[in-house]
Design a protein around this ligand. Structure first.
Ligand code: NAP
Ligand code: 8YV
Length: 327
């Protein structure tokens, strides 16, 4: 739906869920054109598409090559979230389009949730809360948790900004940490495993915090889960695509691993019925960054990247593929 369109303004596509901080964040020199999803975008008039110079992607809606190709004058795609697997950054780079994301402002928030999810999963918080709420404590004791952080060793899959923030929390909790990533992380002293399988054999807990996309697709598969073993706990705050979801469900059902705590899923917002029925999972609706404080900072960074670019400055937080250096 076209809003304050005008030929002498900078036309921006606002694409995805409605966000007051983003929609209200642009000065008058911009004309905003808001579309909620791919279906809604079907109503975009060709003359407007031809004028679009900037795009704010406000959530996990796909900005793939076919979508980006509709905007011949596009200069910048500023996307919400640090993960940008929903944007074709390679296509953008090949066409001189800058892509920015929202790193750093969510790091500690997401790390808090990862640790909270691990503790909730290992120590049966959700079942214990339901037990207390149902008034059962008056007549019976709550069973001891089978798992504890006291005898665990965590293998982090990903040791970037958020991975390191999670590892710091684990260290403070006296939990040993090792990690797998393609390259050793700079300035990090935890043991690095070039092989995910070798690490899975040596630990009993995996915390996933990598990007999504082809390079990490289903790297947590049946073999890795078997190597993790029957005390195994998997915490996923990365992307649903990182896990072979049917293999995880099978491993949780037959005791190949003990439990899982999941914030992300293969086909969001849908969680398979089979997974929802399992007693040994804690399920969150992709909320790791979802506080008012952090989401507002992320929204503001989406706006600030576009404003900087059209003020003739470098983008604040360009992604790795982008041909233009950041400030
Ligand atoms: P980052 O600083 O770029 O760190 C990414 C880490 O993943 C690095 O250690 C990287 O190391 C590793 N990695 C990348 N590709 C890999 C591969 N194919 N195999 C193994 N390791 C790989 O990113 P970040 O800020 O920590 O964010 C990480 C991700 O967390 C985001 O991309 C997003 O998917 C997810 N996330 C989820 C939520 C949520 O709400 N649940 C919130 C924020 C972020 P190498 O490059 O050396 O492999
Ligand atoms: C957001 C995320 O919830 O930053 C990320 O990569 O996954 C989350 O912070 C996600 O972008 C939803 O729009």
């Amino acid at each position: 739906m076209a809003a304050n369109a005008s030929q002498d303004k900078i036309d921006l596509l606002i694409y995805g869920p409605a966000k007051p901080v983003i929609e209200g964040g642009f000065p008058d020199k911009f004309a905003l054109h808001k579309f909620a999803n791919q279906h809604d975008l079907g109503r975009l008039a060709p003359d407007v598409a031809a004028r679009i110079r900037g795009m704010a992607v406000t959530g996990l809606v796909a900005a793939d090559a076919a979508m980006l190709a509709r905007f011949p004058k596009l200069e910048i795609v500023s996307t919400f979230g640090v993960g940008y697997d929903h944007v074709d950054a390679k296509y953008a780079a090949a066409h001189g389009i800058v892509v920015t994301n929202t790193p750093d402002v969510l790091t500690e928030e997401v790390a808090d949730v990862a640790l909270g999810l691990l503790i909730a999963t290992a120590r049966d918080f959700i079942k214990a809360e339901a037990f207390a709420r149902a008034g059962k404590w008056a007549t019976q004791g709550f069973p001891l948790s089978r798992a504890s952080l006291r005898d665990r060793k965590v293998g982090m899959v990903g040791m970037g900004r958020i991975g390191q923030a999670i590892a710091r929390r684990l260290e403070a909790s006296l939990v040993p940490v090792v990690y797998h990533s393609r390259n050793p992380a700079k300035g990090v002293s935890y043991q690095h495993y070039p092989s995910l399988m070798e690490m899975a054999k040596d630990v009993d807990t995996l915390i996933l915090i990598t990007p999504g996309g082809p390079s990490t697709a289903k790297i947590i598969n049946a073999e890795v889960l078997k190597a993790l073993g029957p005390r195994g706990i998997v915490i996923n705050v990365a992307r649903g695509s990182v896990v072979d979801e049917p293999a995880l469900i099978a491993a949780l059902k037959d005791g190949t691993i003990q439990a899982a705590g999941l914030d992300v899923f293969a086909n969001e917002p849908h969680i398979p019925e089979e997974l929802r029925a399992l007693p040994n999972v804690v399920l969150l609706p992709h909320i790791a960054s979802a506080s008012v404080t952090t989401r507002t900072a992320m929204d503001q960074l989406v706006v600030d990247n576009i404003k900087a670019w059209f003020d003739g400055k470098p983008p604040l937080t360009p992604v790795a593929e982008t041909p233009v250096k950041g400030r």
